[in-house]
Design a protein around this ligand. Structure first.
Ligand code: ST9
Ligand code: ZN
Ligand code: ZN
Length: 316
């Protein structure tokens, strides 16, 4: 059983190297070169985009930032707090809005994202965790997308209950039309709006609103898996690796309170402190106020204090 190998197929999920019959080739470092090349090109493109910033129209900067926020909400308020953790309820219009935003994020479809994320929580820091931070910063950050999944991710992942995801027509629809929705939301729309409305060149808008925005949002999410599993304090549970990391919180619009989140994953705010440094919580609160969301789950102050005293590292 080889522990080191090179993927021959162009897709990580092809039958050749796939989950069902490919257990024998699922070594720890079975590299998927297609992903290595595409991610390298993407990051080179993002670096090049930085030089276009001074040449672009200020509205293009604002538009790129708006696309970033929309992208981020599709992950944080959508795939993460709503669909992975069911920490609040959302009505159909809000679920559609979040699914569209999620396609702009291009971080795998909602079903796949949530299945991996549930595996990450249930089997945290083991081989069944898709981005097991015990395999190092690089693996937890981006490296896990460069290799075939460990066989434990697939075997133990099959035991997860994902019936709620399959019962949501919005999730099923997004999965069915995922590729075309990504082309439109992640690449076409961000590029065409600045060109159409204020005469920006397609070159500038493609690189800033699409490539740079996408690359930054990917890295913001990946930092939760890497940095927030390694650097920061552990006020709620010092026996687990996830940490409170303010730097990550800012980039990931409220998702860096990761020691809290792994201790109380059902909490809709993913933080003890409600809206503080937490645009995602502000958004969910706003949706509740508008009547589009409800049933926000929150860990009580007593529960949090008891846990701090029992397993916290004593920091605040
Ligand atoms: C990306 C995702 O970047 C980023 C996720 C970030 C998560 C952050 C979480 C932090 C908390 C929240 C904070 C958010 C903050 C956000 C801030 C934003 C500003 N269970 O996957 P395959 C089975 S994506 C059960 O192909 P391989 C299943 O049968 C970037 N079963 O595995 C599956 O078939 P199907 C863009 C599972 O072949 C089959 O195995 N996308 C599970 O090993 C094959 O699955 C890319 O770059 C499971 N967990 O390939 C694509 N998993 O799905 C990258 C799998 O049909 N991916 N199965 O049911 C790939 O190319 C491949 O997945 C691979 C592995 C090469 C990595
Ligand atoms: Zn989570
Ligand atoms: Zn985590």
């Amino acid at each position: 059983m080889p522990e080191f190998g090179v993927s021959e197929g162009c897709s990580g999920s092809s039958d050749d190297d796939g989950a069902s019959d490919g257990v024998e080739i699922r070594g720890r470092w079975h590299i998927v070169w297609r992903n290595v090349i595409l991610m390298s090109l993407l990051h080179l493109g993002a670096f090049y985009s930085l030089f276009l910033i001074p040449k672009a129209h200020p509205f293009t900067w604002i538009w790129s930032y708006m696309c970033f926020m929309f992208t981020a909400l599709g992950i944080t308020a959508g795939a993460h707090r709503l669909w992975s953790h069911r920490s609040y309820k959302a009505k159909l219009p809000l679920r559609i809005f979040l699914a569209v935003a999620n396609s702009m994020a291009f971080q795998n479809d909602i079903f796949e994202w949530c299945r991996d994320h549930r595996a990450h929580h249930k089997y945290s820091e083991t081989d069944a965790d898709p981005h097991n931070a015990k395999r190092g910063f690089f693996f937890a950050h981006i490296g896990w997308l460069f290799v075939l999944k460990h066989r434990d991710v697939i075997e133990k992942g099959k035991r997860l209950d994902v019936s709620d995801l399959l019962a949501d027509p919005v999730v099923v629809f997004q999965r069915k039309y995922y590729k075309i929705s990504v082309v439109v939301m992640c690449f076409l729309l961000p590029t065409l709006v600045p060109w159409f409305f204020w005469g920006e060149s397609m070159w500038n808008s493609y690189f800033l609103a699409s490539i740079l925005r996408y690359t930054i949002s990917l890295n913001a999410a990946w930092l939760v898996n890497s940095a927030a599993h390694m650097y920061g304090n552990q006020p709620y549970d010092k026996n687990i690796n996830p940490r409170e990391n303010q730097f990550v919180t800012i980039g990931a619009i409220g998702e860096g309170f990761h020691n809290f989140h792994h201790t109380f994953p059902f909490d809709y705010s993913a933080s003890e402190f409600g809206i503080r440094l937490n645009p995602t919580t502000c958004f969910i609160d706003l949706m509740c106020w508008l009547g589009l969301a409800s049933n926000r789950k929150k860990a009580s102050p007593e529960m949090i204090m008891a846990r701090r005293l029992k397993t916290g590292d004593g920091s605040t």
